[in-house]
Design a protein around this ligand. Structure first.
Ligand code: ASP
Length: 325
């Protein structure tokens, strides 16, 4: 692992710019502090800079809701945010101009629900929860998922904002497609929670890769890839190039590695190494976060630039994640 001081300094400088450190309660922790063991329960951990989502999850938990309610409440925040162009309303469309959403949710009993290629519905994570709780199935896709959402009382919304539409039109001029790290702006939210009893839940929601081929499904809604929760062991979630995560069944792998005795940090690192050893990763990003049943957390990514948000006692800490490169 390369980690020269100069580049770290540069990275830290740019992260300071990106996340506006100094404003309010945000903190930036350096990569040396990534491993945080035996955190006080409960806590919420999410990919990227997501303190509003974590706050919503925290508030839900403090209002005596379940850890499942909390992660759902958290995931709904970027879904409704038109400025988050990787999730829900305002998400970048596929190359035909359709915004298609993927999401899943998993509870502490091992139940799981997901929707893929869902259009016109702002909160796919809540539809995924309904799939989990109200149907004999675990995953609904496309028109069937939309029909189920409408039957369940969700209303239709135009998810393509003017900004995302304009950018898509500009993209159409060249139609050049080569997903690259942080050019596609992988801001999928994966959110994990552990309550005071050490019960775990997680959710993951995304509009997928911008200008993807119609019908492309990423890792985010797929159990064991974008998210996995095993209440005996821990939970993990992913962001970045979904194809790499799918091929290595990343989140399931990380939880299983924890079962075999690795810490959350070691398991995230090995999860990334499985990709690095086999795939052409050089221009692609994958980031993992994980929590163990005992309150340890781990995070690791292929490229620098990945951050996570940890919320304990209502306070948010944004940390830079150690990376392979
Ligand atoms: N993992 C998501 C996908 O491949 C993308 C992202 O993280 O932004 O669909």
């Amino acid at each position: 692992m390369k980690n020269d001081k100069g580049r770290r300094h540069f990275l830290k400088q740019s992260l300071h710019k990106t996340i506006g450190v100094g404003a309010g309660i945000q903190l930036l922790q350096s990569c040396e502090n990534t491993v945080q063991n035996n955190n006080t329960l409960p806590f919420i951990l999410s990919t990227w800079k997501n303190e509003k989502a974590n706050q919503a999850a925290w508030d839900s938990l403090k209002n005596s809701n379940s850890i499942l309610d909390a992660v759902e409440a958290g995931a709904r925040i970027p879904e409704a945010d038109p400025n988050d162009q990787s999730v829900g309303y305002g998400g970048r469309p596929d190359r035909d101009g359709n915004v298609t959403l993927d999401a899943c949710i998993m509870d502490s009993k091992g139940n799981y629900g997901a929707v893929t290629a869902l259009q016109h519905i702002m909160h796919p994570v809540s539809v995924a929860r309904k799939v989990m709780e109200d149907t004999p199935h675990v995953m609904l896709t496309g028109d069937g998922a939309l029909q189920f959402a409408l039957d369940s009382g969700f209303s239709k919304t135009n998810l393509l904002t003017e900004k995302s539409k304009q950018e898509w039109k500009e993209w159409l001029v060249t139609s050049e497609y080569k997903p690259k790290i942080n050019i596609e702006l992988h801001d999928t939210i994966g959110i994990l929670g552990i309550d005071a009893n050490a019960d775990l839940a997680g959710a993951c929601t995304t509009s997928g890769l911008g200008y993807k081929m119609p019908g492309r499904i990423g890792d985010s809604p797929v159990v064991g890839a974008g998210l996995f929760v095993d209440n005996e062991i821990g939970a993990a979630t992913a962001t970045g190039m979904g194809e790499l995560v799918l091929k290595s069944v990343g989140s399931f792998l990380i939880v299983e590695l924890m079962r075999q005795g690795m810490t959350a940090q070691e398991a995230c690192e090995e999860g990334v190494m499985r990709i690095v050893r086999k795939q052409d990763y050089k221009e692609l990003q994958v980031g993992y976060i994980a929590i163990s049943k005992t309150g340890d957390i781990g995070a690791y990514s292929i490229q620098p630039g990945f951050i996570y948000t940890l919320t304990i006692d209502g306070k948010h800490t944004i940390s830079e994640v150690k990376s392979y490169l």
